[in-house]
Design a protein around this ligand. Structure first.
Ligand code: PLP
Length: 371
């Protein structure tokens, strides 16, 4: 079986360095908010081209706390609207509703699955305060256009970079385009910890300072509390793991792009829609998502042929029981996407032979026996 994602193999490549880093933390006697976190924050801010990085417990908290910080800074108020693509992972939307803000779910661009300015323009109201572009599957959103629109309409931009570490436009990385950006370092993400972790990047000094307090009980100074904050810290062991893995991110991204290039050039089956990609660094292929009309038949065929696939995601957020208030909303494109998407294996430990075998099986797929 070719697994969808081989986390054990990925981390095994760096085993001795990871163990060394772990031992360094154990021996230091300091496990929360210490020098590993400070160093990782500096290194990751520099990697993204942002002034600040604030480590938090996970990607959901990165997004939730950023919106919360803007509320504490009196920039946002209850009921303000946040425009986001409807086909995102539910975490992007949970961050909005957790803050008593209103998610305005819009259909994505049908080719890139990301926000388009045309879509944002249609959803704009006097209550719109934030655009939340999710760089879905690893492909950066059209940030030049989004930032221009945001500036014209005095809106904040919060990038959801959970799937797009290192994606760039004109050499400028995801995480440095918006007013702030939320990252996840969940183990399966392109930059993955060995547990939960997340971060916010921003070049806004006041926002960074507010976030540093919010993640630590609302405390800016020991035993003095400015806000009713939370406990959402990135611990020393995970920071140390991430420092090791950040060094290998560029190389892993290149391998992902190499595999994606092979899939795009060599998959030749008219039953599949492939990602729209020109071959540049705008896409870091957290996921390689294809669309197939008869998804169940296709995934069953691949399973029978020893290839594991995953669906990202089977049910759109507005159809989830948790969002009963949106269940009646009709978003036909989003619903079609959720019915048809399949993610093929793509991780830096796949060999060229694995990729060849996946391609040849897919090219041999037909819907003949379905009809
Ligand atoms: C993974 C993910 C998140 C949440 O990150 P966690 O670290 O799992 O909380 C948010 N948004 C998107 C698009 C994601 O893929």
């Amino acid at each position: 079986m070719i697994p969808f994602l081989n986390l054990k193999e990925i981390n095994a490549q760096y085993k001795s360095e990871l163990k060394e880093a772990c031992a360094r933390v154990i021996d230091s006697g300091w496990y929360i908010m210490g020098s590993e976190l400070t160093s990782f924050e500096q290194e990751f801010a520099e990697y993204c081209g942002a002034k600040h990085c604030i480590g938090v417990a996970n990607g959901l908290d990165a997004l939730t706390l950023t919106l919360r910080a803007w509320k504490e800074m009196n920039i946002l108020q209850d009921g303000d609207e946040v425009i986001v693509q409807a086909n995102t992972y539910i975490a992007s939307i949970l961050a909005i509703t957790e803050n008593n803000l209103k998610p305005v779910l819009i259909e994505p661009d049908s080719k890139t699955y990301n926000l388009s300015v045309a879509g944002i323009e249609k959803a704009l109201t006097s209550k719109t305060k934030v655009i939340l572009p999710v760089h879905l599957y690893g492909q950066i959103s059209p940030m030049l256009e989004i930032n221009k629109f945001a500036k014209e309409h005095n809106l904040l931009v919060l990038e959801d970079c959970a799937q797009a570490h290192g994606a760039t436009i004109n050499g400028v990385k995801a995480g440095s385009w918006g007013d702030a950006a939320g990252f996840s370092f969940y183990p399966g993400k392109n930059l993955g910890a060995l547990g939960d972790a997340g971060a916010i990047t921003t070049s806004d000094d006041e926002l960074a300072q507010t976030l540093r307090a919010l993640r630590n009980y609302g405390s800016h100074k020991k035993y003095e509390n400015l806000y009713k904050g939370v406990n959402s810290r990135l611990d020393e062991i995970q920071a140390a793991m991430l420092r090791v893995k950040l060094n290998y991110l560029p190389q892993e991204t290149e391998i992902r792009q190499h595999i994606a290039k092979r899939y795009c050039n060599e998959i030749d089956n008219k039953l599949l829609d492939l990602p729209q990609w020109e071959g540049g660094d705008d896409h870091v292929f957290h996921l390689f998502v294809v669309r197939v009309r008869d998804r169940e038949h296709f995934t069953q065929y691949l399973t029978e042929n020893g290839i594991q696939t995953v669906i990202h995601y089977p049910i759109p957020p507005h159809k989830q029981k948790s969002y009963i208030e949106f269940n009646e909303t009709s978003l036909p494109l989003t619903e079609e996407i959720h019915r048809e998407v399949v993610s093929l294996p793509i991780d830096p430990t796949l060999t060229d032979d694995d990729v060849s075998s996946i391609i040849s099986k897919i090219n041999g797929y037909s819907d003949a026996e379905v009809n």
